[in-house]
Design a protein around this ligand. Structure first.
Ligand code: PLP
Length: 392
């Protein structure tokens, strides 16, 4: 019998992909399904970005690139970070990776092993916990609470740090809640972290350009005291509607960049060359498509929050970032996962149950509003009618 490492007994998955598969299967059978499950923009990649990839192919960019990414792209990432966050970074600390997810994979592999602890947001992106468990490290959930508008609490986060903590994972704007942590709380956290100089921080800022109601996104990059231990995760997937291109970037501190480069060389050599040219066009070209997309998400956000709050037993805080609504469904009488499953099978609406994002997810569901306003309205009507029929 083949014997693989024990980590496979612990590794998890992203249920959003299983829901997508089931939704597609039902649609293929002729059912009318509205998908509010998957977390990807429903827009196409802007034309000038697509053209840049086509041109790169025509120009003969068919070979390997440096493992860290083509130099102009790493320079463009540094310029983008300067423009958006007002922070200088050395392009030598930038790594181009195949998707945002890869940065968390690498960071968790670097720090996780039995006997160590890694702190991560709960509810949060499911891959954090999955990868932490895979390495044998102890996952320590940092509760993300509704009463705190789904921002993380500096005090609670700091209280969970122990002698064994090696890595702290942060995410704002957040998946699945849409929560954005305010500057004051981030400053409090950074100041407390000065007492824990051996704890590395990975800040997942993949939704950094998606905030609403004037809410500012405060990058952890801004804090000098963290620069020698901060890993920044960002990328093109959400901002430029490029989920299928698999393009992400990270910024690593001096002590880690070469280790990250070695992991890249061992795993994928370099990111797809034409995709890197597309990423370059995205950063250096017009940003109007990004602004238009965020404006459209904002309008849909208002429709979905209002619609959810009009349903008996459902209450939804107004999310300040990303493109997710995360309503509390405790008063409907349903548990979250059976509700998500029944809505898909019986009402033709795909959503994700909160428990798929962590042990604290019961009583909540996630709806992605990366779908048209018309579809969102129909979906809300279906949820309303379905819940009016009562509990199972
Ligand atoms: N981080 C968060 C919080 C996400 O929600 C996602 C995708 O849903 C990712 C990272 C991964 O992004 P990518 O598709 O670029 O790997």
């Amino acid at each position: 019998m083949l014997q693989t490492i024990s980590g496979f007994d612990r590794i998890g998955e992203e249920n959003a992909f299983a829901v997508l598969a089931r939704a597609t299967e039902l649609a293929d059978q002729g059912r009318d399904i509205i998908n509010l499950g998957i977390g990807q923009p429903d827009f196409k990649t802007p034309e000038h970005i697509v053209e840049a990839a086509i041109k790169a192919l025509r120009d003969g960019h068919h070979g390997y690139t440096p493992a860290t990414g083509i130099a102009p792209l790493r320079e463009a990432v540094s310029a983008d970070l300067l423009k958006r966050h007002g922070v200088e970074t050395d392009p030598g600390n930038v790594l181009i990776v195949p998707g945002g997810k890869v940065t968390m994979f690498m960071a968790i592999l670097m720090f996780g092993e039995p006997g160590t602890e890694i702190l991560y947001p709960d509810p949060g992106f499911p891959i954090y916990r999955s990868m932490i468990e895979f390495t044998g490290a102890q996952p320590v959930p940092v509760p993300i609470r509704e009463e705190n508008d789904f921002a993380f609490s500096a005090e609670e986060t700091l209280s969970l740090i122990s002698e064994k903590t090696r890595l702290l994972i942060l995410n704002s704007p957040a998946n699945p809640t849409g929560g954005v942590t305010p500057r004051s709380e981030i400053e409090k956290l950074v100041s407390g972290l000065e007492q824990h100089p051996n704890v590395a921080v990975m800040s997942d800022e993949i939704y950094s350009q998606m905030t609403y109601d004037g809410m500012e996104h405060v990058s952890l990059l801004k804090f000098e005291s963290l620069r020698d231990r901060l890993i920044l995760l960002d990328g093109w997937s959400k901002t430029y509607a490029m989920t299928g291109w698999r393009m992400g970037f990270s910024v690593w501190p001096d002590a880690l960049i070469d280790k990250a480069r070695k992991l890249a060389v061992n795993a994928w050599s370099c990111v797809n060359a034409p995709a890197q040219f597309a990423g370059l066009a995205a950063l250096t070209g017009p940003q109007t498509a990004v602004r238009d997309m965020v404006r459209e998400f904002d309008a849909r956000r208002q429709v979905i929050v209002e619609g959810l709050n009009a349903i008996d037993g459902v209450s939804c805080r107004t999310p300040l970032g990303a493109f997710y609504a995360y309503p509390n469904i405790k008063n409907t009488g349903w548990k979250a996962k059976p509700l998500a499953s029944a809505l898909l099978e019986d009402a033709g609406v795909a959503i994700i149950g909160g428990p798929d994002f962590g042990v604290l997810g019961e009583g909540y569901v996630r709806l992605s509003y990366a779908n048209s306003t018309a579809n969102i309205k129909v979906a809300l009507g279906r949820i309303h009618s379905f819940l009016a029929q009562g509990t199972p």
